[in-house]
Design a protein around this ligand. Structure first.
Ligand SMILES: NC(=O)c1ccc[n+]([C@@H]2O[C@H](COP(=O)([O-])OP(=O)(O)OC[C@H]3O[C@@H](n4cnc5c(N)ncnc54)[C@H](OP(=O)(O)O)[C@@H]3O)[C@@H](O)[C@H]2O)c1
Length: 263
């Protein structure tokens, strides 16, 4: 299948590692022009080199962008438009919110999670939409969590703001579908990244058991029998963000190896 991504301008937020990096790698394999970003110049530099080496695509660019800072977001998209004159694909992603239940988070945690995990996606969408409308082409993927379908105990900030993300994403999808802009949300279940390793460690500390026990139990709950690989997640992101997807919009999907029982 021709995904039609060759030469497309793709911006992947929070992509120095984990799911964002895996998505950037897959877009580079499709010969897109890829802009990666995160808070760390050094990490981005290494990631850029790795993507170029593994894919043979030299058209990979990096920009610092802290998703909780409006100025960083505006300046990233100013750079993209000045350099390439268009933007075809936006992959919204950011670091996970602080873990904890209701009593573990205070007002500043709530505000921080709003800034980083919801307002950031709204700001990036606002920055790209005028260009996508002018082009009459655009794809926006909002990376969320399986908590959009089934809350995860002890992750109240994720459960709250990812639900907001789905409402935002669905509403926006309906507003811009007539401009050939597709907007979808994709939630990872348990994909093997540092974030999942960190949550496993927190669970092990809380339950005072070895981390291997947490991993074993977690994998046994997944019908496929293992954590997902970031590349498996990224391939789905890339398909939905390509011109091969011209009709699926406004959806909230999970990539979870069959983990969730919710319909
Ligand atoms: N992996 C899973 O199975 C899973 C499950 C549910 C939800 N999620 C969610 O999916 C998202 C990505 O997760 P991941 O597993 O890929 O995490 P990860 O491996 O920890 O990677 C997080 C990425 O986000 C960047 N980042 C963190 N804070 C940022 C900020 N304020 N601005 C810009 N970039 C920032 C990090 O780069 P720098 O440190 O260089 O900034 C890094 O590149 C998170 O929101 C996570 O909660 C993941």
């Amino acid at each position: 299948m021709d995904l039609g991504l060759k030469g497309k301008i793709v911006v992947v937020m929070a992509s120095s590692k984990g799911l964002g990096k895996a998505a950037a790698m897959e877009f580079a394999k499709e010969n897109a022009t890829v802009v990666i970003s995160s808070r760390s110049q050094e990490a981005l530099k290494l990631t850029k080199e790795e993507i170029q080496k593994r894919t043979g695509n030299s058209d990979v660019h990096l920009r610092i962008c802290d998703m909780s800072k409006e100025h960083d977001i505006l300046s990233l998209f100013q750079f993209v438009i000045q350099k390439f004159g268009r933007i075809d694909v936006l992959i919204n992603n950011t670091g996970g919110p602080k873990a904890g239940g209701f009593s573990a988070v205070d007002d500043s945690d709530w505000y921080n999670a709003f800034d980083r995990n919801l307002l950031s996606y709204i700001r990036t969408a606002r920055a790209v939409l005028p260009h996508m409308k002018k082009q009459q082409f655009g794809r926006i993927i909002n990376i969320s969590s399986s908590s959009t379908k089934e809350v995860i105990d002890g992750l109240i900030l994720s459960n709250t703001f990812r639900a907001g993300m789905v409402g935002f994403s669905k509403t926006l999808a309906r507003e811009v579908a007539g401009d050939n802009i597709m907007v979808n949300t994709i939630g990872p279940g348990r994909i093997a990244t540092d974030r999942v390793a960190e949550l496993n460690q927190l669970a092990a500390d809380r339950q005072q058991v070895p981390i291997e026990k947490i991993i074993q139990k977690s994998e046994s709950e997944i019908p496929v029998g293992r954590f997902g690989d970031p590349e498996e997640f990224a391939k789905i992101v890339v398909f939905l963000a390509s011109s091969a997807n011209s009709y699926l919009t406004g959806q909230s999907l999970v990539v979870d190896g069959g983990l969730l029982k919710a319909l």
